[in-house]
Design a protein around this ligand. Structure first.
Ligand SMILES: C[S@@+](CC[C@H](N)C(=O)[O-])C[C@H]1O[C@@H](n2cnc3c(N)ncnc32)[C@H](O)[C@@H]1O
Length: 270
């Protein structure tokens, strides 16, 4: 089994892969884009004037969205990739939100942020990259204030098991050190003293990958070759990979799960 490390993930997002993902999904780099983000915010009850932390913030689009569309007061973003941190800083300045968003380059498992200050911790489709998810969940709970909310989506294992060869290909291709199921997130959050509000399959994973496959196959071939210059065979490989992920989604082997939990006002401290 190929071992994927955080250096592999950082290199991917610092380099060409990060640019291809943005071509595929847009600025909100997760399955379901704005629709998924707004659902998560509404179901989690993200309040006007609240202060959040985005663990694995990418280029900062979710943080800008939460401020611009949900009137959140301020956000702190943490991301491993220097390039993503730079994109966050530039795009946030361009959006005129420099006084409301701060971005930190580092590992989401060790943010160095103070205990219990965030009204909510947020993340979208990124914890799949983190090797030690138990530590990450504990860090999310630690920085959330008592009574605050932890709201995220992530790529998760489905109801049907991946074959060994599928697991090997998927994890090596996407730089996943491992995936959790919704139940593993439930257990970790309960172990850290949280109350679960909901853990549900979002239900649009396969459809989204049908879309990404068809966009690259029918429309964006040339744009892909501007990022990975000159080799149409590479484009064919990429569309094949998108079909592979789409088919895993259709088979119920991989999906996107929405998780919303609350840190109780009194009780366990992680
Ligand atoms: C698919 S992108 C999602 C970005 C953002 N959440 C969004 O939805 O637009 C995943 C991001 O997670 C970041 N990442 C992966 N592992 C990380 C870690 N251990 N600590 C902080 N960031 C990490 C990557 O650098 C990348 O920017």
């Amino acid at each position: 089994m190929t071992m994927v490390t955080s250096d592999d993930v950082r290199n991917a997002y610092d380099g060409a892969e990060g640019r291809v993902y943005e071509l595929m999904m847009g600025e909100l780099l997760h399955v379901g884009g704005l629709k998924s983000s707004l659902e998560l915010a509404d179901l989690a009850g993200i309040a006007e004037g609240s202060r959040g932390v985005d663990l694995c913030c990418g280029n900062g689009a979710s943080m800008r969205m939460l401020i611009q569309l949900k009137n959140v007061a301020s956000m702190i973003g943490v991301d491993l990739s220097e390039k993503q941190v730079e994109r966050t800083a530039i795009r946030t300045e361009q959006a005129g939100l420099g006084d409301r968003i701060r971005v930190v380059c580092g590992d989401a498992c060790e943010t160095g942020l103070p205990d219990g200050e965030a009204d909510f911790v947020w993340s979208e489709d990124a914890w799949c990259y983190v090797p030690d998810k138990t530590k990450l969940v504990a860090e999310a709970v630690r920085i959330t204030r008592p009574g605050g909310t932890i709201a995220f989506t992530d790529w998760t294992l489905g109801d049907r098991p991946l074959a060994d060869a599928e697991r090997e290909s998927l994890f090596a291709m996407l730089k996943f050190p491992g995936l959790w199921s919704g139940d593993e997130y439930r257990k970790a959050l309960l172990d850290d003293g949280c109350e679960i509000v909901e853990i549900n399959d979002v239900g649009r994973f396969a459809r989204s990958f049908e879309l990404y496959h068809d966009m690259f196959d029918l429309q964006f071939g040339w744009d892909v070759l501007q990022i990975f210059p000159g080799d149409p065979a590479l484009l064919e490989m990429l569309t094949g990979q998108l079909a592979f992920v789409r088919d895993l989604g259709r088979a119920g082997k991989v999906g996107q799960t929405r998780v919303i939990a609350r840190r109780p006002v009194v009780g366990h401290t992680p």
